[in-house]
Write a protein that binds this ligand. Structure first.
Ligand code: KG4
Length: 338
């Protein structure tokens, strides 16, 4: 099929705890984007419970797709292709969106496109700023990944840095759990840090002067040890100091990677890219370094289906339709196709 500016893709995302659907035209024109969060259903367990997530996706996926079509002012007949996340993520959760997407594509007689969720995070910035020129450097920071990615062209990526232990979002979530701030931890720490002193506690900056890889597990342990040794410490100071340590490392490595690659186009993506302090600090570096910096809106950083539809549009253009036999790939990595 010919893929062009008028090609409409229905995107479906169910890799973790958000059931999302979106209608996107031409890879950049978001006609609708609906996200139904399960945060409340998982709250009493202190984290995402895979079985609860699968069941909630099953209940929500069809209503969420209908809502996305209604908000876009279109029916199924206007959909030219259906894209769904095939991985990485929770296998049971992935299966729900993937099966829904394949079934809809089959019933409509339209192409189906399986999408790599990590590749989709790279498209968040391009969706909102389509004139961003490639190559660019993307800092992709989510609950499961911390990656520095050189996006040389569409579908052509090189990972130049990654975490050797915990992901940045995982560190936020673990520290928030320890401080009893609720889940997801990132937004809670971000909010609380506003009232805290970020210089109050000198937490370690893992691997700060060492290459482009990251390490956050020592920082989490340092937070636990500090609070145990100082039970009266103000929680907002711990939050602000912890956040500053994470942001220091993320910013330093992004700056080093951009210099090493000789690129001045930099973007961010993934849930942690919604962090206020990270955005503020990167904006300062961008002015100093003369970067073109793309900071996607917070809703586009966290899990959504508009990025899935956008990545699906590009994949359809580059590689044609996917296979209806495609299964869920819980451990899919960036650069691998489902
Ligand atoms: O990309 P995402 O929505 O889901 C995947 O992991 O794919 O990222 C979720 C992660 C969680 O760890 C959450 O705590 C973190 O992003 N997060 C934040 C903020 N908002 C979400 N971390 C720091 N500051 C935030 N404002």
């Amino acid at each position: 099929m010919s893929v062009h500016d008028g090609t409409v893709v229905l995107g479906i995302e169910t890799s973790c705890d958000e059931t999302a659907a979106a209608v996107v035209m031409g890879g950049t024109d978001v006609l609708s984007s609906v996200v139904s969060s399960q945060v409340d259903e998982h709250a009493r367990f202190g984290g995402v419970v895979p079985e609860v997530a699968s069941r909630a996706h099953l209940e929500s996926v069809v209503p969420v797709v209908r809502e996305a079509l209604a908000r876009a002012g279109t029916g199924f007949e206007r959909v030219d292709a259906v894209a769904a996340t095939a991985g990485p993520g929770l296998v049971g959760a992935l299966l729900v969106g993937l099966t829904a997407g394949k079934s809809m594509a089959m019933a409509l007689g339209r192409p189906f496109v399986p999408v790599n969720h990590l590749e989709a995070h790279l498209y968040a910035s391009l969706l909102e700023e389509p004139d961003l020129a490639l190559p660019m450097l993307v800092l992709l920071v989510s609950g499961g990944n911390t990656l520095l990615v050189h996006v040389r062209d569409h579908g052509d990526y090189a990972v130049v840095g990654q975490t050797i232990d915990d992901a940045a979002g995982e560190a936020f979530d673990k520290v928030a759990r320890y401080l009893e701030l609720g889940q997801p931890g990132g937004p809670a720490i971000d909010r609380l840090s506003g009232a805290g002193d970020r210089a109050a506690i000198a937490f370690p900056r893992g691997m700060l002067h060492d290459g482009l890889d990251f390490s956050f597990s020592g920082l989490k342990t340092a937070v636990v040890n500090h609070v145990r040794a100082n039970p009266d410490v103000a929680t907002h100071d711990v939050a602000a100091s912890f956040q500053e340590a994470v942001v220091d490392v993320l910013v330093a490595k992004t700056e080093r990677a951009a210099a090493a690659l000789g690129t001045s186009t930099v973007a961010i993506g993934g849930g942690v890219a919604a962090n206020s302090r990270l955005r503020e600090r990167l904006a300062e570096v961008a002015v100093r370094r003369g970067w073109r910096l793309a900071l996607p809106s917070r809703a586009m950083c966290t899990d959504n289906a508009a990025m899935i539809a956008a990545a699906g549009w590009h994949r359809l253009r580059l590689a044609g339709p996917g296979d209806l036999a495609t299964g869920a790939s819980p451990n899919l990595r960036l650069g691998e196709q489902p």
